[in-house]
Design a protein around this ligand. Structure first.
Ligand code: DGL
Length: 270
């Protein structure tokens, strides 16, 4: 029997759209010899307003599409699916699955923050999962969770770096009642708006740590691949991009989030 060559198999990452690119970036920095598939499920964006059942179903479909292409690991580059889809995906998956909820909470814990402003999709906030985990893991923690769902479409429409992006951030942050020491971005679209978020608080004289699960998630993925003997030590980076909706829109909005070396040139339909 021929031995499987794991270095040819890829790490598959998916999200409802361009948000998961903020997870891809640290993955590439930490594992520059790997090959990746990135799938933006833009036909189904936004996930955050859908029912738990729908989110699970869409997550399973995304896994199946990537599995068919050939992956050695699945990274759920979406917090909403990390909550509502992980069980259903795990039931059928034959590769390791990496999620975002625990890495996010771990990152907050490590920074020693106690007054947390949690920004996420409607579905994520309504689940209460991250709020509960933060309270379980960190003594005397205060959490204010706000569903900032419109920020997803703002980023998806390519407005993360203009006045429109700033406006939507201000509209939501004007609702905050706590004085946060950190902002946990539990939606992968939101790091694209982090400058506006930091500036908003800085202008009020409030210094905040902006935290996302991305770096921790990449560390966990690398550790897992090492553990199972599938980390590629020598090889050339390769990323293939796919999306299920408008190819041009995905390319344009996605490239705002990516540095020149990772830009999307040839996205394919999946
Ligand atoms: N980026 C996703 C997340 O981290 C989903 C955003 C959406 O489609 O509503 O939750």
């Amino acid at each position: 029997m021929q031995k499987e060559n794991h270095t040819e198999k890829r790490i598959g990452i998916f999200d409802s759209g361009v948000g998961g690119l903020t997870i891809l970036k640290p993955m590439v920095s930490l594992m520059p010899n790997e090959k990746f598939y990135y799938f933006g499920d833009t036909k189904n964006v936004p996930y955050g307003t859908k029912s738990p059942k729908e989110i699970a179903k869409i997550g399973v479909e995304a896994y199946k599409k990537l599995r068919k292409l050939g992956i050695k690991m699945l990274v759920i580059g979406c917090n909403t699916t990390s909550i509502y889809g992980i069980k259903a995906i795990k039931e059928i998956a034959d590769v390791p699955i990496i999620e975002l909820i625990h890495p996010g909470v771990l990152a907050v814990k490590e920074c020693g923050c106690k007054n947390i402003l949690l920004l996420a999709t409607e579905a994520t906030i309504n689940s209460g999962s991250i709020q509960s985990l933060l309270k379980k893991e960190i003594d005397d923690v205060k959490v204010e969770g706000i569903a900032t769902q419109d920020m997803v479409i703002t980023v998806e429409n390519g407005n993360s770096n203009n006045e429109e992006g700033k406006k939507v951030v201000h509209r939501y942050l004007d609702m905050v009642t706590i004085r946060p020491d950190s902002v946990l971005l539990s939606c992968t679209h939101f790091p694209a708006l982090s400058k506006f978020i930091a500036d908003y608080f800085n202008n009020k004289g409030i210094d905040v740590n902006i935290i996302s699960p991305a770096e921790k998630c990449a560390e966990i993925a690398k550790e897992k691949l090492k553990e199972i003997g599938k980390l590629t030590e020598f090889g050339n980076l390769s990323i293939e991009y796919f999306c299920s909706g408008d190819l041009e829109k995905f390319t344009k909005s996605g490239n705002i989030l990516l540095d020149d070396d990772l830009i999307i040139k040839n996205v394919k339909k999946l």
